[in-house]
Design a protein around this ligand. Structure first.
Ligand SMILES: [Fe+2]
Ligand SMILES: [Fe+2]
Length: 248
């Protein structure tokens, strides 16, 4: 069994960023000891240098391997350049060779814009990496910040990827196993053909809708990479777990 934590939208620098919740979450994750931690953007609120320095300090406390992509907030105020300097490449790969899982991280943010876009060059990069994973018989996870399908209970749609149609077509056509995003701060799972498309909440900010709480997702994948289970972990006086999706 492979365990992957998916967290997003830390929003360090926001007035209601909750350091206590982030530290509790990191401690919980380190104890859980998953195979990987995916952080799908909005580490910072404004993309400021000192917010990224803080983010780097927190991320360094996470013991399992991490893969991190930027969000729209990280791309504000030249933050896209600072992200590369402090955090790492804006698109990157993490392979879990023993589990035969490949995680492809893409940058869906554009400088000083809230909407998302993967773009043609990154789409080609994604396609090459998918082919490589398929040749090796790997389970494929793709992560980027913006949602690719509208999320329920999030009001008027504004920021879905502007090239959502083309990217979604490729993901479905190539039978990508799992697509993970953040941005709307609302956890939800869609399944389209053979592809599971999951969003996660904000892990450590009070940018919440209604009576929701900060949260993250824990994904378990069976040894044969055929079955996936996604659990929502809500942080409200300790951790509460709820199954969002489970293969039969
Ligand atoms: Fe966010
Ligand atoms: Fe966002």
């Amino acid at each position: 069994m492979t365990v992957i934590v998916h967290m997003s939208d830390l929003h360090i620098g926001f007035v209601e960023f909750r350091e206590d919740i982030l530290i509790n979450t990191i401690n919980y994750i380190n104890e859980l000891n998953p195979d990987a931690v995916i952080i799908s953007g909005d580490l910072t609120e404004h993309g400021y240098y000192n917010e990224f320095i803080k983010a780097k300090e927190y991320v360094s406390l996470i013991l399992p391997p991490t893969i991190i992509v930027p969000g729209n907030h990280d791309a504000r105020n030249l933050g896209d350049e600072i992200f590369e300097e402090v955090i790492g490449h804006r698109h990157n790969i993490l392979e879990l060779k023993d589990s035969k899982i490949k995680i492809i991280g893409l940058n869906s943010s554009e400088p000083d814009m809230d909407h998302g876009k993967i773009g043609r060059l990154q789409k080609q990069y994604m396609e090459r990496e998918i082919e490589d994973a398929k040749e090796k018989g790997f389970f494929i996870i793709i992560t980027f910040h913006h949602h690719i399908i509208s999320v329920p209970n999030t009001g008027r749609e504004r920021n879905v990827l502007s090239d959502a149609g083309d990217i979604l077509y490729t993901l479905i056509e190539k039978n990508v196993n799992l697509v993970l995003s953040g941005h709307k701060h609302v956890p939800h799972v869609w399944k389209m053909n053979n592809t599971i498309i999951a969003t996660t909440g904000t892990v450590s900010s009070m940018k919440l809708r209604g009576k929701s709480y900060p949260s993250f997702n824990v994904i378990t994948i069976s040894d044969d990479n055929k079955k996936v289970k996604i659990c929502l972990n809500t942080l409200n006086n300790g951790i509460e777990e709820k199954v969002l999706y489970e293969d039969e």
